[in-house]
Ligand binder design. Structure first.
Ligand SMILES: [Zn+2]
Length: 144
């Protein structure tokens, strides 16, 4: 039993590290976030924060404020599943930082059952909403 738990933790850490590396794809300057959606030990989607397809690859305006149409990593990963033949039902999402409330709503509606994140965020309303929806939350600190 203990060994099984350790194995899952090792896998979780590995996926989180992959999400962290994936975040490097983000061209956003203020904050880079990566997300992976895993189902039955298979990565079915990925995402990082950025502007919608076809838009300029710049996240911040001239005042260094993040543009309102920048999609978060979780939203990009979830919408990518929607455009594929996969289903995120009962999947796990690995995200490098705690989901915000907007992403929490998407996570709930997409049928994802578990969220593993590695960085806490000052506003915790997203986590609270996920908790309320009965989604399993696991925080794993990753220090690179
Ligand atoms: Zn978000």
């Amino acid at each position: 039993m203990g060994e099984k738990i350790d194995k899952q933790l090792e896998l979780d850490k590995r996926y989180l590290r992959m999400a962290l590396i994936w975040a490097e794809n983000s061209y956003c300057l203020r904050r880079q976030v990566g997300a992976l959606i895993v189902k039955d030990n298979r990565i079915i989607s990925d995402g990082f924060n950025g502007t919608p397809s076809g838009f300029e690859n710049v996240c911040e305006d001239e005042n260094n404020v993040t543009k309102p149409y920048v999609l978060h990593a979780e939203a990009n990963a979830i919408t990518k599943v929607a455009a594929s033949s996969n289903s995120s039902k009962d999947a796990t999402i690995y995200v490098t930082s705690a989901p915000c409330i907007e992403c929490a709503k998407l996570i709930i509606q997409s049928g994802i059952r578990r969220v593993v994140y590695s960085e806490k965020y000052r506003v915790e309303d997203g986590l609270k909403l996920l908790e309320r929806a009965g989604i399993t939350l696991d925080y794993i600190g990753i220090t690179e």
